[in-house]
Design a protein around this ligand. Sequence first.
Ligand SMILES: C[S@@+](CC[C@H](N)C(=O)[O-])C[C@H]1O[C@@H](n2cnc3c(N)ncnc32)[C@H](O)[C@@H]1O
Length: 412
Amino acid sequence: MQCPHYDAGRCRSCTLLDIARPQQVRDKQAHVAELLAAHDDVTWLPPVVGPESGFRNKAKMVVTGTVEDPVLGIVGPPGPYAGQSVDLTDCGLYPPALQEAFAPLAELVTRATIRPYDLTPERDGRRVTPRDAARRGELKHVLVTLSADGELMVRLVLRSTEAVARIRKHLPWLHARLPALAVLSVNVQPAHAAVLEGDEEIVLTERATLPMRVDGITLHLRPQSFFQTNTGVAAALYRQARDWVEEIDPASLWDLYCGVGGFALHCAAPGRSVTGIEISAEAVASATTTAAELAALPAAAVVGDQDAAWWRDAVAGVRFDAGDAAGFALGTDDDPELVIVNPPRRGIGPDLAGRLEASRVRHVLYSSCRAQTLASDLKHMPSLRPRRAVLLDMFPQTGHYEVLTLLERVPA
Ligand SMILES: C[S@@+](CC[C@H](N)C(=O)[O-])C[C@H]1O[C@@H](n2cnc3c(N)ncnc32)[C@H](O)[C@@H]1O
């Protein structure tokens, strides 16, 4: 992929742009194989490789510049553009429908006079008073998610609610200018901190969820729920998990760190009990909505390869609960036959790994976005051995990747 911003030194986010894509994938495969080298009986499937550009379904834009001339992009990295506003609205990682949303959103900033926030770090560790903060402006980030059907969820991360009434006033204009807009919300982040978003979310549109179709299953994303960055590769990930689960055909499974339920709903089947656990109540609400919809499909509907009656029976055994994954697992003596884990980058940690090691669980499907923590978690589960694995190039042009591995309990 050719990128003028990278070539000029304005953006360095794609750390592997100088390396041809096939070589990037070979290097990632070698990296994960080395991390799992202690496990010599792993069968690796061919890597899953999607397009090298236009694959990102979400953009996290820093807003700099002025009300009259806002800039959506990043603050320049060390080098000739250090600290400068860099416009990334034409970033090649975004599909055209995402790129096209930025101009109307920049126009909204001007029309609703939402002053971009000065994110420059504090010098001398000085405390920021509320008055200082107000002087620094309001709009910190614009977060945009694009669904497979071309609809948009837009979140404006603001310092306070000061601009909310003005944004509301311009909403009819924005709907006309950006017809794909399904959800617009404001996230309030008062802290002058690196943490991207705050706890308070104010939905301004009638619709509060973005329907995200994956393999025919419509997941319902709420503003604060996580979704995989690369819809095409995420679909391949869920399909692979479903294929392995079908082969094993467990009567019961847990999907820990389930987010909006992608794994759980792909792996549901009549007669199987599926429990999804997730820390974000918003994501659990999204997953529950999807399950309820699948339970009440019109009689003639077909989702994936299955008809309405199959889905009604399949989701009868599905439930989602909000909570800490390790706390849930450690708080029960029940063991399902199979466990899916898809934790954040920090991995599942020794407590949950130890719980799985000591359990009667026969198979674990571990989907990891950081193979280093997968490798260290595996050390706490010596009885659960990786048998099959596949690398999914979820984040082309960077060193990151997803790896899905099927662990099987070895006989004592
Ligand atoms: C990598 S995402 C995976 C989400 C989901 N499996 C999917 O495919 O979209 C990790 C998820 O773990 C959730 N999470 C973070 N800490 C958690 C915890 N202690 N217990 C349960 N879920 C947690 C996050 O909110 C996020 O949804």
